[in-house]
Write a protein that binds this ligand. Structure first.
Ligand SMILES: Nc1ncnc2c1ncn2[C@@H]1O[C@H](COP(=O)(O)OP(=O)(O)OP(=O)(O)O)[C@@H](O)[C@H]1O
Ligand SMILES: [Mg+2]
Length: 604
């Protein structure tokens, strides 16, 4: 019995991602690991930020001296000389601050761009390793957005921490400390105010969260409606649905507008309270300073010192609520990708799996069970042995599970019970790549890359020469239509290959399989979109290709499979009948019925 990772339907990718719990710490760990790779840059950012803030804290101390000197010193040559000295020191500090800031920004540019590139590449590698089932359960557009947002979130979080939170904290601590040394009461007052300000920010961030979530949901809904309409533009035009769709879109937009307004209103309210807090501390400290000045405890210079610190601090703190919001949003973005990264790959190679050693290409399905949904099994105790070099046809009603059988052979899904072996080796115990290398598969609905035809065909064997590609194209009868295209083999085929007709796409897929020339060939309705004449031509090429190979052909058009060694009729998760064309006709079962309908159709 083949061991299965998780046979229950809860393993469904979409459900799994909806229930997964991504913790904040997980995201930090991934980003921290990335940062550690570039630790020299990170240290440069850190020291740059520290240097810039320290310069910003020290500089007002000299301003204070300057103002005190201006207020009290006589206008003599000596005091002029001293004042110029102070101006030079202030200039030097500003220059140091400027250099430190350049170091900080230059390093962060390098750190973030490298980090984002690495994270995108890693996310791509992991994402693309997910199973076929994962991709049929997720929208392509959503996945694309998740990968790009994952890298974007790294930038935002790094910017926030290293350009906003950390420098603000250093400046705040420095300012409070200096002020405290000068006057305990003023220092403590400023410290208390900063604590209140931050507590307020954290409190409102929590209050605002549901509003932001509502807005982002409305946002997703709007994008979803829009992209659904865009991909169904053809249907909308054909069924005169423009006004209907416009109505739906306006309804969604209205919800979005309301959610956005609520969220912005809350922001505005927070800004107002924040403004009052700032005026309060400003006036409070000035009043305190006046009182102490009256008592002769502080000087004119101290006023300048306090104002310098407050102006610096307000500049940093007013931005902090915006930064906090971005920080939260970035986390929300990163969570979406982390869900995918934490979701184990469904179809995995076992540790140290050897490659498949392919011989004649015998295939055995032994007691195979498979379902997408436990209530509706596709195969139960399915048995089928295909000899090396045998040409087998699968027929049966639509939805019987023919395509699924071939996908199990390709290990696009893991079977739930039983064993599936090629040349005596359980395909679950050898590498997936080696299994797929042994099989050339022409799918029912081929999808192509938005790349040139040359590259698309060459995908069958990526080291094939142009001549080999063209030869395969000729055999698959693609060459004729490709030669008529303006760019010939250099023509791009549109997203998913939409610029080609169904039959042209099929021929490209056949050319790929011809080029691949693998020991096992699987054709799933490979010629269904072709007219009878082209099909007859390609059948010839396919028959040549089939020589010496194990072949599975699925076809609704029974005329195309008459010559197969054996025909297997699949129905209700099992084999209803099998034999040669003549034997099955004689048995007078489902095959006979299908044949009569098709033959009848031809006669009319
Ligand atoms: N990814 C999937 N998730 C859930 N159910 C699926 C999935 N793929 C196929 N099915 C279901 O499995 C059943 C078998 O599908 P399959 O594509 O194997 O049928 P088929 O015999 O190839 O039909 P046709 O002749 O129409 O191509 C169908 O009922 C289908 O709805
Ligand atoms: Mg099918």
């Amino acid at each position: 019995m083949v061991k299965q990772p998780d046979p229950s339907p809860k393993h469904d990718a979409r459900k799994a991602s909806a229930t997964s719990r991504v913790r904040t710490g997980d995201i930090f760990r991934v980003y921290a690991r990335e940062t550690r790779k570039h630790w020299v840059l990170f240290m440069a950012v850190f020291l740059g930020a520290l240097g810039a803030q320290i310069a910003g804290i020290i500089s007002p101390l000299y301003m204070k001296m300057l103002f005190n000197a201006v207020a009290s010193d006589p206008r003599t040559a000596q005091s002029f000389h001293d004042l110029v000295g102070l101006v030079v020191i202030i200039a030097a500090l500003s220059l140091i601050g400027w250099i430190a800031q350049r170091v900080q920004t230059y390093s962060i540019i390098h750190l973030e761009s490298r980090g984002m590139a690495d994270l995108s590449a890693d996310a791509f590698d992991y994402l693309i390793g997910h199973s076929y089932q994962f991709f049929v359960s997720h929208f392509g557009g959503t996945l694309t957005r998740r990968v790009s947002k994952f890298a974007g979130a790294f930038e935002t979080i790094m910017d926030n921490v290293m350009l906003a939170f950390f420098p603000t904290a250093v400046f705040a601590v420095g300012a409070v400390w200096v002020l405290f040394l000068r006057n305990h009461v003023l220092g403590i007052a400023l410290a208390a105010w900063i604590v209140c300000f931050i507590a307020f920010q954290i409190y409102v961030a929590r209050l605002r969260r549901p509003l932001r979530v509502a807005r982002s949901e409305a946002d997703s809904k709007m994008v979803g409606t829009l992209s659904d309409a865009i991909s169904n533009q053809n249907t909308i035009a054909l069924f005169s649905g423009k006004e209907h769709e416009g109505g739906i879109f306006r309804g969604v937009i209205e919800l979005w507008r309301k959610a956005t307004m609520r969220s912005w209103n809350a922001d505005e309210m927070i800004w107002s309270v924040q403004g009052i807090l700032i005026v309060g501390i400003n006036v409070g400290l000035l009043y305190g300073a006046v009182v102490y000045w009256e008592q002769g405890l502080i000087t004119i210079g101290d006023f300048v010192l306090i104002q310098s610190y407050l102006i610096g601090l307000f500049g940093q703190l007013t931005g902090i609520s915006m930064q906090l919001r971005r920080f939260h949003d970035a986390f929300a973005d990163a969570v979406e990708m982390m869900e995918i990264i934490q979701l184990p790959h469904e179809v995995k190679d076992v540790p140290d799996a050897p490659p498949l050693r392919i011989g004649t290409g015998t295939i055995v399905f032994h007691d195979v069970d498979f379902w997408f949904n436990e209530e509706k099994p596709i195969l139960t105790g399915f048995n089928l042995s295909i000899g090396g070099g045998e040409k087998l046809a699968l027929v049966g009603p639509s939805g019987a599970g023919k395509t699924t059988i071939t996908k199990l052979l390709l290990r696009l899904y893991d079977i739930k019970g039983g064993v599936l072996a090629i040349d005596g080796q359980d395909i679950a115990k050898v590498t997936q790549d080696s299994v797929r290398d042994a099989i050339a598969f022409v799918p029912q609905e081929p999808i192509l890359f938005h790349r040139s035809l040359m590259e698309n065909i060459r995908y069958g064997r990526r080291n094939a020469t142009d001549e080999e590609v063209i030869e395969a194209a000729k055999k698959a009868h693609c060459h004729e239509f490709i030669e008529e295209l303006p760019e010939k083999y250099g023509t791009f085929v549109g997203e998913r290959g939409v610029k080609l007709s169904g039959g042209e796409r099929q021929r490209v897929a056949i050319a790929r399989a011809i080029l691949k020339d693998a020991p096992i060939l699987v054709l799933d309705e490979a010629t269904s979109s072709l007219d009878s004449e082209s099909e007859a031509l390609i059948q010839d090429a396919l028959h040549t290709l089939m020589e010496g190979k194990t072949v599975i052909v699925i076809a609704h058009r029974l005329s195309t499979i008459m010559k197969m060694d054996r025909i297997v009729v699949v129905e209700h998760g099992g084999i209803a009948a099998q034999g040669t064309h003549e034997e099955l006709l004689a048995a007078n079962g489902l095959y006979h019925k299908l044949w009569s309908i098709q033959a009848g159709g031809f006669r009319e």
